[in-house]
Design a protein around this ligand. Structure first.
Ligand SMILES: Cc1ncc(COP(=O)(O)O)c(C=O)c1O
Length: 462
C-alpha cells in the first residue's frame, strides 16, 4: 500500500500528503492508473482521520494529479491528463486577501480542527439524535447538553453538577448574561487593569462604571483589590486568572485564595472567565470560582479549545443565581443553538474535545518556543502552552505607534491601549496571538516585528 513520505513538516497533514503524492507521481513511484489506498486504510496506517485523507485527495485532485471515481476509489491520472499543478499559494486565502499576517485574534489553529469536525458533523447528520435538536427548547437547554457542560467543567471542578450549568452562546454571551444579571444600573464593576476588550465594551454599553485593579506578573494584586473595594463598593469583579488576556499571567494558588477571602469580606460577586483554563495541562489550576463557589459564576466556552464557530459556552453558578441567569439567556438569545450544543456534547462525550485540546497545547508549545527564540532579547510574557504573548515595548515606543507600524508592515497585533478599562491609564505593550497563521508565516511575522523593534529610530518610519 502506498504511504507518503513527508517533506515539509510545518504544514497541515493533508497538504503534506498531497505534496508527497505530487512528488511520488513526479518520480514515478506512483504510476498512471494506480489505485490509491482507501481513505480508511490510509487513515489507519497514518493514525489520522479519514477526513484528513479525503482532504489530501481533494487537494491532489485540484492539482490535477488524481481522480476520484464513485464506488471505485481514487486513481493516479495519466501523465497526459495531468494538468499543470496550480501555483501553490504562499499564504492561506484570508491572509493573501488582506496582505496581512494576522496575529491579532486568539483562536485555535485551523489546521488541526477542520478535519476532526468534518467527521463529527457527518456523524451528527447521520445520527438519530439529530431530530431531537432541531426545535425550540424550554428549561434553558437539554439536560444532556448541560451534563456534557458539567463533564467539561469537572476537569477543573470535580464536584460540578449539571443542574447548576447554564448554556450560553459562547463566552462573550456568558459575560453579558453574568454581568447584566449580577449587577445593575451604574454599579461599579472591577476588572484587571489590562482587560479583555469584550468586558470593557459590555460594561460600558450597560452603563456600569468599570474600574481597573492593579496587576503584576501574577495577575490581580489582592491588596489593590482590597483598596478598590473600600473605595468603590463594587458589586462585581470580572477577571481572567489563567492565561490572562492580554498579559498572559497565571495567578498562583495563594493569590486565588486571598482574592476569594476579600470577595467574602466585601460581599463581592465574582465572574471567573476561565476561557483559557484548558490550556494548562491536567490537573491545571483550580479556578477562582472553586475558592468561593457560593459567590462566583464560572465561565468557559469551547471557542478556544475547539472552534469559535460552535458558539457554545457554559456558566456554572450558585443555585440562588440560576433563574436570573437563565432568564437573561432567554431575553438575549432565547436559547443557544441546540444543534450546536449537540455537536459540542458529542465532541466532549466522545473524548474528541479533549484530544483536540492536547493537539492545540502541543501546537501552542511549539509556537511559544518560536516566539521565545525570535523575540528573546525583548521582554515578553510567555507561558509554555498559551495561545498568545504580551510584548513589553522598549523605549521610545508607544503601543499605538508600534501596532500601527507593524500593521503598515504587514503584521497585525493588538495595541495595549485596547485593553485599558479607564482611558486615563497608560500602557506600553502589544498582544501577539500566535495560532492563526502557518508556522512559517508566524516565524516570518515575528522576525519582522523584531526588525521593527531593532530599528534605531522608530519615529523615522512616520
Ligand atoms: C477572556 C475572554 N473572554 C471571553 C472571550 C469570548 O469568547 P467566545 O468566542 O466564546 O465568545 C474571549 C475571546 O477572545 C476572551 O479572550
Amino acid at each position: 500500500m502506498w504511504v507518503p513520505h513527508y517533506s515539509d513538516l510545518a504544514q497541515p497533514v493533508y497538504l503534506m500528503i498531497a505534496d508527497a503524492l505530487e512528488q511520488d507521481i513526479g518520480s514515478g513511484r506512483l504510476t498512471a492508473g494506480e489505485r490509491l489506498p482507501t481513505l480508511k486504510d490510509l487513515a489507519e496506517s497514518l493514525n489520522v482521520t479519514p477526513g484528513t485523507i479525503g482532504r489530501a485527495y481533494d487537494e491532489a485532485a485540484k492539482r490535477g494529479l488524481v481522480v476520484g471515481e464513485v464506488g471505485r476509489g481514487t486513481f493516479v491520472l495519466q501523465q497526459r491528463q495531468a494538468q499543470a499543478p496550480a501555483a501553490r499559494p504562499l499564504m492561506p486565502p484570508a491572509e493573501r486577501e488582506s496582505g496581512q499576517i494576522d496575529l491579532s485574534i486568539i483562536k485555535p489553529n485551523d489546521a488541526h480542527m477542520t478535519d476532526w469536525l468534518r467527521g463529527a458533523i457527518n456523524e451528527l447528520a447521520a445520527s438519530p439524535d439529530l431530530a431531537q435538536v432541531l426545535d425550540y427548547v424550554t428549561e434553558g437547554g437539554h439536560a444532556t447538553h448541560k451534563q456534557a457542560g458539567a463533564a467539561w467543567i469537572q476537569r477543573w471542578m470535580p464536584e460540578a453538577n449539571w443542574q447548576q450549568v447554564v448554556l450560553t452562546s459562547g463566552a462573550q454571551h456568558g459575560l453579558l448574561v453574568a454581568i447584566s444579571s449580577l449587577s445593575k444600573g451604574d454599579d461599579v464593576i472591577l476588572c484587571e487593569s489590562f482587560c479583555y476588550p469584550g468586558i470593557i465594551s459590555l460594561a460600558h454599553s450597560m452603563g456600569r462604571r468599570l474600574r481597573g485593579v492593579a496587576m503584576d506578573e501574577h495577575g490581580l494584586i489582592p491588596e489593590a483589590l482590597r483598596t478598590a473595594c473600600m473605595e468603590h463598593r463594587p458589586s462585581l469583579l470580572v477577571c481572567v486568572t489563567t492565561h490572562q488576556n492580554p498579559t498572559n499571567s497565571i495567578m498562583p494558588h495563594a493569590r486565588r485564595e486571598a482574592i476569594a477571602a476579600i470577595a467574602r469580606e466585601f460581599d463581592l460577586f465574582i465572574v471567573d472567565d476561565d476561557i483559557y483554563g484548558f490550556l494548562e495541562p491536567a490537573p491545571g489550576y483550580k479556578p477562582l470560582a472553586a475558592y468561593a463557589p457560593e459567590r462566583s459564576v464560572y465561565l468557559t466556552s469551547l471557542s478556544k479549545s475547539v472552534l469559535p464557530a460552535l458558539r457554545i459556552g457554559y456558566l456554572y453558578a450558585p443555585p440562588q443565581t440560576l433563574s436570573r441567569l437563565s432568564s437573561m439567556v432567554r431575553s438575549s438569545v432565547w436559547m443557544p443553538s441546540p444543534l450546536m450544543a449537540q455537536l459540542a456534547s458529542n465532541l466532549i462525550n466522545s473524548g474528541m474535545a479533549e484530544q483536540l485540546v492536547q493537539v492545540q497545547q502541543d501546537e501552542a508549545a511549539t509556537r511559544q518556543q518560536m516566539a521565545r527564540e525570535i523575540l528573546g532579547k525583548y521582554k515578553i510574557r510567555s507561558q509554555p502552552y498559551s495561545f498568545h504573548i504580551w510584548l513589553e515595548l522598549p523605549e521610545p515606543w508607544t503601543s499605538d505607534e508600534f501596532a500601527n507600524l507593524a500593521r503598515n508592515n504587514g503584521v497585525t497585533v493588538v495595541s495595549g491601549s485596547q485593553f485599558l478599562p479607564e482611558r486615563s491609564a497608560a500602557t506600553c505593550g502589544v498582544r501577539i496571538a500566535l495560532m492563526t497563521p502557518s508556522r512559517s508565516e508566524l516565524g516570518f511575522a515575528l522576525t519582522k516585528l523584531v526588525s521593527l523593534l531593532d530599528s534605531p529610530e522608530p519615529r523615522l518610519f512616520y
